[in-house]
Design a protein. Structure first.
Length: 163
């Protein structure tokens, strides 16, 4: 009987240690923050993070005003991302990492990787990653977005505003 009690206590102790370790990892994980706006990668990261955090004015500021279908106001920008093209602006739980940054003169292409998390099954990790490209142009001392494969409304590159 004493051997069974020790075995049970060892199992319970092991479970408690695992739960405490998991909580410590979850609570010490630092949230993603904004990067300096001095590089194309920093601008791409900050644009997506501003969209995810619903900081529409900041996200709108990263768009190039030279876009043919540039939203004339922040409210028009919000309408584009919240209703007209909401499928392209994922706000679910994910992490963003900027990868390759290719600068050619006043233009840059940035590869962004996004890892999304969801409830997985017994044999699923519950996460999946995608990569996409964002294109920027230097205007003065700043970099501004001119196109992207995700987190973008295609009508911004057209000659008429989004409808």
């Amino acid at each position: 009987m004493k051997q069974t009690d020790r075995f049970l206590l060892a199992i319970i102790s092991g479970v408690v240690v695992l739960v405490v370790a998991a909580l410590a990892l979850a609570l010490t994980r630092t949230p993603q923050g904004y990067l300096p706006d001095t590089t194309p990668g920093g601008v791409a990261h900050n644009y997506i993070l501003a969209i995810k955090q619903r900081d529409s004015a900041r996200a709108y500021g990263y768009l190039s005003p030279d876009l043919r279908g540039y939203p004339p106001t922040v409210d028009d920008f919000v309408a584009d991302i919240d209703s007209r093209y909401s499928w392209s602006f994922s706000r679910e739980s994910s992490t963003i990492s900027v990868g390759d940054e290719r600068i050619t003169g006043d233009r840059a292409a940035v590869t962004v990787s996004e890892t999304r998390f969801s409830e997985g099954g017994l044999f699923s990790s519950g996460q999946y990653s995608t990569s996409f490209s964002m294109n920027l142009r230097r205007q003065g001392d700043s970099w501004q977005l001119i196109s992207a494969e995700s987190y973008w409304a295609s009508c911004w590159g057209q000659s008429r505003p989004c409808e």
